[in-house]
Ligand binder design. Sequence first.
Ligand code: HEC
Ligand code: HEC
Ligand code: HEC
Length: 416
Amino acid sequence: MNKWLRRILKGVGIVVGVLVVLVIGLVTYVQLTWDRPVSRAVPQMTAPTDAETVARGEYLYNYTQICWFCHGSEGSHSPGEPQAGGREFDATDIGPGFGYLYGSNLTPDRETGIGDWSDGELVRAIREGLDREGHLIFPIMEAEWYRGMSDQDALALVAYLRSLPPVRNEVPANQLSFAAKALMALGMIKPQPAVTEQAVVPPRGATMEYGEYLTLHGSMCAGCHTPRSPNTGVYDMTRPFGGGDFLIAEEGVDTTGPNITPDVTTGIGDWTQEQFVTAMRTGVRPDGTVMVTFMPWPVYTRWTEDDLRAVWLYLRSLEPVAHEAPASVLTGQAATGTGSARGEGLYGVYCATCHGGEGAGSLLTTMALKDAGLGMDDTTLARFIAEGLSGTSMPGYGKTLTEEQIAALVAFIRTW
Ligand code: HEC
Ligand code: HEC
Ligand code: HEC
């Protein structure tokens, strides 16, 4: 009996020993290799500096590629705010927990921004997901979709960045978890392959072909509306545009892009082209409700009708995917707060993209909500919110928010 016990214990000891060696080996391997730079030639490119190119870059940056979504400061809400970085991305509850990441300073400051980068290095960062030294740029920034951008569009973005005023702001270093490092070391999270061929961009117009470029590489629709693995973040390309499988926690709302394929029951197969264009340009769905601004419709209000029709034609050409994405749910103060605290939560989810922090305005409206509110009593203010303002991009929230929610917004506006 004793002899057997000893043999078993010895066996267990060997297994444990081997496991310990394997774990130490894996940990060492991960620690040594996760941030190993890729050696890859930097493309030799020069961004034009003419006003037209800068304007194109600004249009892409603010209104289609929504770079400002991630490169403003912590607490910035709208396009047009300084792009000196620092916004925190809490990816601790996504998949295995990736850790905390920070949007980079994209202003031309030489020490803390991109002032010293070459044009080719910037284009490579955007399209291939590699920083100056060849380290992976974590795919919170989805180079996967930017990869198909034409040289001309990528260089226009660079031209625009160079035109920004330099802002000195040291962004905190990312704090990646062991799981994130392990996935990087094992090559499951990796940079994009080198871009070796010039993308062929169809001429701009209301065509399916141009819509394909715009949807996949000229704006971020594909990134938000395609399901991805909860563990590695890899897109499930068997179900493109089929909508997310799980909700992602954003400030005040858990949300994911819905199914926008032509499936009639779970997608937008029963929408007309007019309904689609209206939803994109006004934020209002066919049932009269207004979308949350995590869907960046406020910037799409600036698109031309032809661009939206092109996207529509492309979406219509997709295979219908039968998949019901979970609907957005309000969280935190927006859901359970009272009075102005609830109003603050709702303001972040529905209003801040256009009206800016403390109602100071943005690229999308120069009117200061703070001052406008002063001249109105609460009932009038509530009516504006419920009914909207025709002739402007201000939608009516009467079918989206309850009277109590609108009263909470009024209470919050009164705190400024
Ligand atoms: C969804 C959020 C998101 C969007 C949208 C986004 N970025 Fe980023 N970007 C990041 C994050 C986060 C980093 C830093 C990642 C890291 O440190 O690994 C980054 C890094 C970069 C870098 C590298 C800078 C450096 O100092 O390392 C450049 C250049 C860049 N982004 C440009 C752009 C441009 C141009 C756009 C629009 C076409 C854009 N980004 C859109 C989140 C985003
Ligand atoms: C940053 C992520 C993001 C981007 C980029 C994005 N969407 Fe969305 N989209 C969403 C979310 C989230 C919703 C749900 C909004 C809500 O719950 O109120 C949505 C809703 C929609 C809807 C309404 C669907 C329905 O069934 O109600 C359509 C249509 C749509 N998006 C199309 C697009 C198109 C086209 C693009 C690109 C031009 C795009 N989206 C870009 C996240 C995004
Ligand atoms: C797509 C951008 C957009 C969104 C989102 C938006 N607004 Fe507006 N809002 C506007 C514009 C544009 C105006 C008109 C300002 C002007 O005349 O330039 C306006 C006007 C208003 C007014 C009327 C002010 C006046 O003097 O007539 C109120 C009140 C208001 N918004 C509150 C809100 C609230 C609260 C929310 C969120 C629930 C919200 N808005 C969401 C763009 C927006």
